[in-house]
Ligand binder design. Structure first.
Ligand code: PMP
Ligand code: GLN
Length: 403
């Protein structure tokens, strides 16, 4: 900022709100607001996406063992402990046939949240445009802003029960100023899993326009029915232009451990690390060892986890349908997006603020994830990563809305 932009008068400076302009539009995250509301009102919290049951006992024990054995109690290495980096590359190879060098192509982060922040801070120049799928996870907009970038939303629109990417709109959103595409599949909050055709088109566009792609795949193991998670890095021409982000939080139900990772070509990992080293430097030492063991769990763990979440999805989807919501198909993630208009409601914000009082349940208004707020106004997100009895009780309470 130039000196002439500042008020000359010190009293004026003092009167200036402390929050800088880049972040002024963001306020408190909806997740904090809604979880606080749930606590205050004693409501069932289907807002913030965290499981109410911890992950595998043996993985919890692995963390305890690491703590007791003094592994990770002091600063771990900047890129992450070697055991976890090796486990990440083994996982990418086993699941997707992707080969990464654990020394130069993996970076462990403080959850996917830090990976997103560091990728954007490390890769963007001020003024660069970022094309992102709207609705977008709330930290994307804030991190693009912190990096001085400009977000360009491409809106996913309902079509035959799912939210679909309009490929023409995506193409039209790319300009000479576009630096990267920020993709998320499986997609929070809509529950959409991008199809092979959609991902092929994204990849072709990235290659044609020589764009980087940052892809948030934290729900990679949460895909249901005949949906398939296809990492963008596996598409032709993508491996070396893609920064893939993963997280232990969702896959192993330890969201508080904050262990995430990036896989990418060396120059991209290095750019992300340049920013990351000045954010947390390192995090979650003992948990990194435990997550290394978790990633090596047999397929039976991942299959059972997915089956359990699918059953929970079905309980909540049935309850929401019965309560009068229009329910979109969740092919992935642990969220269901609903349309509240059949209940005679049009404003998701007002609906979610009143819901604890009306029904003792907390949900998230999807509008917070949109720049085009009106496009998201009637949509409300419910998390189903909760015990079946909790989901059934929530459904019973929500039923009172339609009687
Ligand atoms: N990306 C998406 C799409 C998410 O839903 C979340 C939060 N659950 C994150 C990133 C952040 O993940 P983490 O908790 O590992 O920071
Ligand atoms: N990702 C979680 C969700 O979408 C919330 C994580 C957070 O609170 N930052 O609900």
């Amino acid at each position: 900022m130039t000196s002439s932009a500042r008020p000359a008068d010190p009293a004026g400076t003092a009167a200036r709100p402390p929050l800088n302009r880049r972040l002024a539009e963001f306020g408190t995250t909806i997740f904090a607001e809604m979880s606080a509301l749930a606590l205050r009102t004693g409501s069932i919290n289907l807002g913030q996406g965290f499981p109410d049951t911890d992950g595998p006992e043996e993985i919890r024990e692995a963390a305890v063992r690491a703590l007791r054995d003094g592994r990770g109690n002091q600063y771990p290495p900047g890129p992450g402990v070697p055991e976890l980096r090796a486990a990440v590359t083994a996982h990418q190879l086993r699941r997707y046939g992707l080969t990464f060098d654990p020394d130069t192509e993996v970076l462990v982060t403080a959850g996917a949240t830090e990976a997103i922040a560091a990728a954007l801070l490390g890769l963007l120049e001020p003024g660069d445009e970022v094309v992102a799928l709207e609705p977008y996870y709330d930290s994307y907009a804030a991190c693009i802003a912190m990096a001085g970038g400009r977000r360009v939303p491409v809106t996913l629109r309902p079509h035959e029960g799912r939210f679909r990417l309009d490929l023409d709109e995506l193409r039209a959103a790319v300009t000479d100023r576009t630096r990267l595409l920020l993709i998320n599949t499986p997609h929070n909050p809509t529950g959409t899993v991008l199809t092979r055709a959609e991902l092929t088109a994204i990849a072709e566009l990235a290659v044609e326009r020589d764009l980087l792609v940052v892809t948030d795949e934290v729900y990679e193991h949460l895909v249901f029915d005949d949906a398939e998670h296809l990492p963008l890095a596996t598409f032709p021409g993508m491996r070396d232009r893609t920064v893939t982000i993963g997280s232990a939080g969702k896959t192993f139900s330890f969201t508080g451990w904050k262990v995430g990772w990036v896989t990418a070509a060396p120059a991209l990992v290095s750019a992300v690390r340049s920013a990351k080293q000045y954010l947390t430097y390192v995090a979650s030492g003992p948990f990194q060892y435990a997550v290394a063991e978790a990633l090596a769990l047999p397929d039976s763990y991942f299959d059972a986890f997915r089956a359990d979440m699918r059953a929970k999805r079905d309980v909540l989807a049935a309850g929401l349908t019965d309560a009068g919501f229009d329910v979109f198909t969740t092919a992935g993630t642990y969220f269901i997006t609903t349309d509240i208009r059949p209940l005679g409601e049009t404003d998701g914000f007002a609906f979610c603020r009143a819901l604890p009082e009306r029904a003792g349940v907390v949900a998230i208004p999807n509008a917070v994830f949109y720049d085009h707020r009106e496009a998201g106004a009637p949509f409300v997100r419910f998390a189903f990563c909760k015990r079946a009895d909790v989901l059934e009780e929530a459904a019973k309470r929500l039923k009172s809305l339609s009687v």
